[in-house]
Design a protein around this ligand. Structure first.
Ligand SMILES: Cc1ncc(COP(=O)(O)O)c(C=O)c1O
Length: 432
């Protein structure tokens, strides 16, 4: 038990949390969403068929325009959007697809669902997006595509990726699940590769609960997408028939009604988050043991899905990252540490010869190499704060900073605690 008074005694150890006030709610919603859903509900045309249904078509056109693409097609979620985009880009079953090691499983599993072999490149230690040099070492005659992920609050180096893809004749699919409205050198993400894939799952910067969209400016890709998403049916006016057995991956028009409103809100929310993120980054610069990721100057509009920073246990009396995160959360600042795994060592992604023969064969030939930068980020350094924490005021940001400083000031009180004890304390606190 520490000799601290109640203002420095950690909430995890029974002290008073820095904050017990609610954070801005997510999804943000209001009368505009209510009206949009009610209108769609009363009209009765709820589904996604015929594809594209009216609202999905209007929304997709606006979303494509916002991202400087000629076309977009709404789909059921941001996993199938990756899967169909790879197929529509002409990436063949059995082909190798380079993905970053540090991302959500779907970036890799979508390649598997398309019958491809995901191959893991390490990440840049400063941005945590795919490292093109690491990718270059993985190219074989079987490589057909690269899938950069615009991670958390930044954009992968699209110039380097474009040059790399051109040199090796690869297709580029941007995974923009975190990056609605972001721009690289003034141009929308999702317009730099052959296609872009976005998610509208509940936590994302625009959401209809679930949903996804593929952006492209290539009409052939669009024609194939239609067939793949709509049970093999041809896009009206398709230039050439795409003979594929498709799925039903359509989005409903009820979802599109909500997303039209969410798109209208996006720019204003970006501005609020940007102001608050600047304040938080400046504070982090002054906290020993915490550091910011590099945001490239070519990111001209930043989309902040999660505010991510690095943690160094040495400056926190040797606390490990997971204990830091649990302690911060107990102080009233929702935070996550192991938000993503390093996929080559993730238990979730084990080759299964019956389901994924191409991947299993490739894995037997050359098992996925360790990616040290991804492992450091995933298991030791990364701290993720959800974006809605930045949708409030300066004083909300100051609460986050105060909690960080409090944890640092009293970190020694937790020294030597086993992770099971930390978990017990965490559960006891959340049960209160
Ligand atoms: C980087 C990334 N890619 C793909 C996805 C998959 O999106 P969804 O959850 O809509 O299937 C996500 C969602 O969490 C993601 O974060």
């Amino acid at each position: 038990m520490s000799g601290h008074d109640s203002s420095t005694r950690l909430a995890l150890l029974g002290g008073t949390p820095v904050r017990d006030k609610a954070w801005p709610q997510w999804p943000a919603r209001g009368p505009a969403e209510e009206r949009a859903v009610l209108v769609a509900l009363r009209e009765g045309d709820w589904g996604g068929f015929p594809l594209p249904n009216e609202r999905s078509a209007t929304f997709a056109a606006a979303f494509a325009d916002r991202h400087d693409c000629d076309h977009a097609l709404c789909v059921a979620n941001g996993t199938v959007s990756l899967e169909v985009a790879l197929q529509a880009m002409g990436v063949e079953p059995g082909a190798e697809v380079i993905v970053p090691a540090y991302t959500f499983e779907a970036t890799a599993s979508a390649a598997l669902f398309a019958g491809c072999v995901p191959v893991f490149a390490d990440i840049d230690p400063e941005t945590w997006c795919i490292d093109v040099e690491s990718a270059a070492a993985l190219v074989t005659e079987r490589t057909q595509a690269i899938v950069p992920v615009h991670l958390a609050m930044t954009v992968a180096d699209l110039d380097a990726i474009g040059a790399f893809a051109e040199t090796h004749g690869l297709a580029v699919l941007e995974d923009c699940a975190h990056a609605h409205g972001a721009r690289w050198r003034g141009r929308g993400v999702g317009s730099w590769g052959d296609a872009g894939s976005f998610s509208f799952q509940s936590s994302k910067l625009m959401t209809a609960g679930e949903g996804g969209i593929v952006t492209t400016s290539d009409e052939t890709v669009l024609d194939r997408l239609h067939a793949l998403v709509n049970c093999g049916r041809q896009r009206p006016g398709a230039a050439e028939p795409a003979a594929v057995i498709g799925h039903n991956y359509r989005m409903t028009d009820l979802q599109a009604a909500i997303l039209e409103v969410q798109l209208d809100r996006l720019d204003r929310q970006h501005e609020i988050r940007a102001v608050n993120a600047r304040r938080l980054r400046a504070a982090i610069e002054n906290i020993d043991g915490l550091s910011n990721l590099r945001i490239d100057d070519r990111v001209t509009t930043q989309a902040i899905y999660q505010f991510v920073f690095r943690f160094d246990s040495e400056a926190f009396a040797g606390l490990d990252r997971d204990t830091f995160v649990a302690t911060l959360a107990a102080e009233g600042v929702p935070a996550d540490g192991r938000f993503y795994e390093s996929l080559p060592v993730s238990e979730l992604l084990r080759p299964d010869p019956a389901r994924y023969p191409a991947w299993s064969k490739a894995h037997a030939r050359s098992p996925a190499a360790h990616c040290p930068n991804a492992e450091r980020a995933a298991y030791r350094e990364s701290v993720w704060l959800p974006h809605q924490l930045l949708l409030g005021t300066e004083s909300d940001v100051d609460d986050i900073v105060e909690a960080m400083l409090k944890v640092q000031g009293s970190a020694a009180d937790l020294a030597g605690l086993e992770s099971t004890e930390v978990e017990r304390l965490r559960q006891a606190r959340s049960a209160r």
